[in-house]
Design a binder for this molecule. Structure first.
Ligand code: FE2
Length: 258
């Protein structure tokens, strides 16, 4: 049994809500798909919680932006990564500071697990964005109609199951290609031996599927369960409003999940 979470984006209220739910279910193993930071006002607390609670994490484009350089970011996102970098650089406790930078600097692009999810075996890849471009490529639900070739090509790089985040829109891609919202699946996707799937787990701290609740998944036996949780986004919004260099839009979109 393990949980997978992604795109926390320095949203402490959403992250603590999700971690409490994971603990309540008795889940001890947590994997993270990156974008721990960016947009929100609590980068240090979120980094430290992920370092403490997650077994491992892969590199997201916002983590990359803080450690290296933003690539293809809009103005607001770029400003948020520069602000985040300044906050981390201003940390005076050297041990704490080293911990943050070491974590960001050592994030891998991909992780793979071969697991016995009785009754099935599964090979599971974990990336932030897409199987062929793990940090930066967006696979949107509409792509199955507008760019089916692009989605099919992703599956050439998937052996069985691949968990992704990045678009902040949860759901399951199959190789036809096809896309299913969690609601269409009754919030459960059963992993089966001969079906490849790219599973977007949604975003903990910056949901964008018009549902403002935090999103994550957990896997029990061979079933992927999609979870949504209400959290205190008004507190998160206030913290973003209080930082001049963080665009107010990063706060406003939390209310509507867009
Ligand atoms: Fe993200």
């Amino acid at each position: 049994m393990f949980a997978v979470l992604s795109d926390i984006h320095s949203n402490l209220e959403a992250l603590t809500t999700v971690l409490a739910d994971i603990e309540k279910r008795g889940i001890k193993t947590i994997y993270c798909l990156g974008d721990v930071v960016g947009y929100g006002a609590d980068p240090k607390a979120c980094l430290e919680l992920i370092i403490e609670k997650a077994n491992w994490c892969v590199l997201g484009n916002h983590d990359y932006a803080v450690f290296y350089e933003p690539t293809n970011f809009n103005y607001g996102a770029e400003q948020a990564s520069f602000w985040t970098r300044d906050v981390l650089e201003a940390e005076k406790d050297k041990r704490r500071s080293d911990k943050h930078w070491q974590f960001l600097g050592e994030l891998p692009m991909r992780r793979t697990l071969e697991v016995d999810l009785s009754p099935n075996e599964a090979i599971i890849d974990f990336v932030h964005a897409s199987p062929r471009r793990p940090i930066n490529e967006y696979i949107f639900p509409d792509d199955v109609y507008t760019h089916p070739g692009k989605v099919r090509m992703q599956f050439e790089r998937v052996r069985h199951i691949c968990f992704v985040g990045h678009t902040h829109m949860p759901g399951v891609f199959l190789d036809e290609p096809d896309f299913y919202l969690p609601d269409e699946l009754g919030s459960v996707y059963p992993i089966v031996e001969n079906e490849k799937a790219i599973i977007n787990i949604g975003s903990v701290g910056q949901p964008r599927d018009k549902d403002n609740r935090a999103s994550y998944v957990y896997v029990e036996d061979s079933k992927v369960h999609f979870v949504r949780l209400e959290y205190d986004f008004e507190t998160t919004m206030k913290k973003i409003y209080a930082v001049d260099r963080l665009d107010n839009f990063h706060a406003e979109r939390l209310r509507d999940g867009r």
